[in-house]
Structure formats: C-alpha cells, structure tokens
Design a protein around this ligand. Structure first.
Ligand code: PMP
Length: 453
C-alpha cells in the first residue's frame, strides 16, 4: 500500500497512545516497515539506529530468528491455553519456574499479565487482597514517587506522577500519595548522594506519619525512574527506602518494567541494588516486545498470606490472556538469548554508550548526563550555570525528535528537554558510535535554532 494512503487511513481510524490527537492528524504517521539488529527502516526507505529499542522494550534487538521460531512452533502446537479451570501450558509453567529461579530472594510466585500497566494494576489488587486476608483492610493507602511512572491503567495511572496522565482522568484517587523524587540534577538538597538518600527517607517517614502507618499499604518505586526522564537514584537509595518500609510494615513494590531483563546490566536492577522487594513488576524485555506479556513477582510471604486467607475460595483476579503460551515461549527464548551473550554484550555496549554521552558533556546545551547500563539520558539547558530548561513554547522535544530522525537516529525526546536512550542490548560498537555521532549532530543543529536557544 502506498505510504500516502496509509497516512490517510491512520489519520482517519487509528487512535495513538499518549498523543495529541489533533497534532498527530496534522503531522501524519511515520510508518515503520522492518528492523534488523539495532536498526529500523521506515516506509520511505529511511534506515535509523533505534536508540530507544521501540519503547525501551526490544532488548534482544530486531530480527532474532530464534524468537520467531519459538513463537511459530508454539502457535502450531497450541496457540492458546487458559489458566482458568486449573488448566495450563508447558511454556508458561517453565517460564514461571525459570523466572523464580533468577529473581531476587523469595520472589517465587509469578503472575503473568499482558504488559506493564496491568502488572502494576494487579499488584494493587493483590495488595488489597493481602491486607484483607491478614484482617487489616484499613491498610489501603498507597505511596509513590514524584516523576514516577507506573502505567496508565485506571488505578495505576494515579500512582504515576506525570500530570499528562492525570489531567481530565479524575486521578490520582484520594488513597494515592507522593513523595518528592531523588532527581539529583534538580534536587533542592543538592546532588550529594547521602543528602538525597536522607531527604527521601525523611519524606517517606513524614508521609507515613501523616497518613498513619496502620493505614499505609505499599510504597512503589522504579529502580531508575524511566518516563520521568531517566532519573538514577544514588547507590544505596533503594536499600534505604526498602529498610524504612520493612521497619514500618509497608509492602515494597519495585517496578522493573523498564529496568528488568538486562536494561541496566543484570537480569533485574534489584539484584544490583541488593534488595528483595515484596513485589516486582516486569514487562517489555520479558518478551523483548515481540509479543505482549508482563509478569508480577510475589514473595513467599505475600503469596502464602493471600492463599491461606482465601482458603478454598477463588481469588477473583484474572485475564483471558494470563500466561499466554505463545508469549511464554517467546519469554523462554528471550531469557536464553540474554544468558547466552546478550546481557554481556549489553554491559559492554552500555559502557561505550555512557562514555560516548559523557564526551558530549561539554556541549553548550548539555546540562546533565546520567544513566546505568543501556539506559541513559542527557538533559538539555540553555544556561548551564542556572540550569535553565529549553523554552517549552518552542516545543523543543518535537524539534529534537524530528532532527534526530532526519539524522538517522530514534531517541526519546521528553517534554522537558531530556533526551532518553535505551538501545537494544545487541548493539555493536558501530551502532553505539552512530548513536553518539547523530546525537552530536542533532545538538549542533539545535544550538543553531533561534527558537530553542
Ligand atoms: N511501569 C513502568 C516503570 C513503565 O515504564 C511502564 C511503561 N513504560 C509501565 C509500568 C507500563 O507498561 P505498559 O506500557 O506495558 O502497560
């Protein structure tokens, strides 16, 4: 089909996620046609390095034949099996066991979802049920972190702390609360790690105090805040927050939807942070975006409390596509690829990415460079001393995204002048060098743009 007629059909019929509908209609869609390794090609034949792995999800890279074969094999043999009625499928059972085997501590119970939002939403339901089962249903207040993102489900979007997900939607609910982010570059307490940790600990204690510990159910964090602009907490931050939650009897939920499956180096960021949460949510890299799937990891304690509390009664939470066999078969193959070279390659490529972005730190527009492994960002400012953000009226993120695209690079351009990177773990040195060179070119062009300066 001709590109122009696709654009017309898209404009008329396809509603896009997190978009200005009128803005999108005006600009028209860019149609992606194919992908290989770390590169994608659009319908005009323009090939780009995908510095964002789709939506931080194609961790294994494009065109991995063994994933395609695993999905095809499973579709031929058994394309669907429900988990209802006590039924199941071999790939789902095997994937649950393999994940539990690699998860931190006693996160031995896996509940499969369709993606990250419903994984987060499932934790909210499980946590409510957990306290119901314990006989303390008044513990029903939830705390998360400013700049955090926990999906866009009806309940999860209220744990998300980005205004665009709230405006017009009637969230957050009155049981959803926030504490300030650790955001080191713009933290009122400065950038010294211990000061940031102390401030976050004090903020969490104060919030719990205000609500009453007997009412607080859970605290949600991302090991690195992704959609808020790739905000990396200081080393020890996760552990300090986990300790407070344990002390105050609050469940700790680590949302690893972005950080899971090698994005920061190891299979899960919690392993590097040396903490065991009560729940862990994952998606994206679980199936590398080839098919949809998410997973909630639950500790022995939580699982057994829920199970014992219900006794022989059914726990009414489930989806038609929970533990989908094709997704599970893909998950098993991704895990095998990660452990047979991709994680290692990701660590190596991540060092090159970090060094490359650091080399841009002297550019007049670059105020901050941050990241861990294959997850990174640069924050652009017009005045480094004052940390002045790019003028929002000029829609800098749209301009930066478009320029990078023309330069053959897909990046995430956040609204606040932050450029995000999350390339596939299969990146070669050349791929990483192209990401850096094309970023440099994009920055130089932005510097010449009178509306953005
Ligand atoms: N949690 C986090 C930390 C995420 O980054 C995302 C997605 N970017 C989600 C939850 C929601 O996942 P999904 O888009 O698959 O619903």
């Amino acid at each position: 089909m001709l590109n122009n007629s696709l654009i017309e059909l898209d404009r008329a019929h396809l509603v896009h996620p997190v978009a200005s509908y009128r803005g999108h209609e005006k600009r028209g869609v860019r149609v992606l046609k194919s992908g290989r390794g770390a590169s994608v090609t659009d319908s005009t034949g323009h090939t780009l390095v995908d510095g964002f792995a789709g939506l931080w999800c194609v961790n294994a890279g494009y065109g991995q034949d063994s994933i395609v074969e695993a999905a095809t094999r499973q579709m031929r043999e058994l394309p669907y099996a429900t988990g209802y009625f006590g039924l199941g499928s071999e790939p789902a059972i095997r994937l649950a066991a393999e994940l539990a085997d690699r998860a931190p501590g006693d996160l031995n119970h896996i509940y499969f979802t369709l993606g990250g939002s419903d994984a987060v939403d499932s934790t909210i339901r499980f946590i409510r049920y957990y306290y119901h089962a314990k006989g303390t249903p008044k513990k029903d207040q939830f705390i998360s972190v400013e700049q955090g993102y926990h999906g866009s489900s009806t309940a999860g979007s209220g744990l998300t702390a980005l205004p665009v997900f709230h405006t017009g939607f009637g969230v957050p609910y009155d049981w959803q609360h926030k504490i300030p982010s650790h955001y080191a570059y713009r933290n009122p307490v400065g950038s010294e790690p211990q000061a940031i940790i102390d401030a976050s600990v004090a903020a969490l204690r104060a919030k719990v105090n205000e609500l009453g510990a007997e009412r607080v159910a859970a605290f949600y964090v991302e090991p690195i805040q992704g959609s808020g602009g790739v905000l990396v907490p200081p080393k020890g931050w996760m552990k300090a927050m986990r300790d407070v939650c344990r002390e105050l009897d609050i469940l700790f939920v680590a949302d690893e939807v972005i950080t899971g499956f090698g994005r920061t180096g190891p299979l899960f960021a919690c392993l590097e942070d040396e903490i065991v949460p009560d729940f862990m949510t994952t998606a994206k890299g679980l199936t590398s975006g080839y098919v949809p799937m998410g997973a909630v990891f639950m500790s022995d304690r939580v699982y057994n409390t829920i199970a014992d509390g219900a006794g022989m009664a059914a726990i009414g939470h489930g989806y038609t596509y929970s533990a989908h066999p094709v997704s599970a078969a893909v998950g098993l193959e991704c895990l095998s690829l990660y452990e047979n070279g991709l994680l290692e390659n990701g660590v190596r490529a991540g060092k090159r990415l970090t060094a490359g972005l650091q080399s841009l730190a002297d550019h007049p527009l670059v105020g901050d460079v941050r990241g861990r492994g294959m997850l990174a960002a640069i924050e652009l400012v017009t005045d480094k001393q004052r940390k002045t953000p790019l003028p929002a009226a000029a829609d800098p993120s749209r301009r930066i995204f478009d320029r990078a695209w023309e330069n053959g690079l897909v990046i995430r351009a956040f609204a606040n002048g932050v450029i995000g990177y999350a390339p596939p773990l299969c990146c070669t040195d050349d791929d990483i060098d192209r990401i850096i060179d094309r970023t440099q070119m994009t920055l130089d062009q932005t510097l010449e743009d009178p509306d953005v300066r």
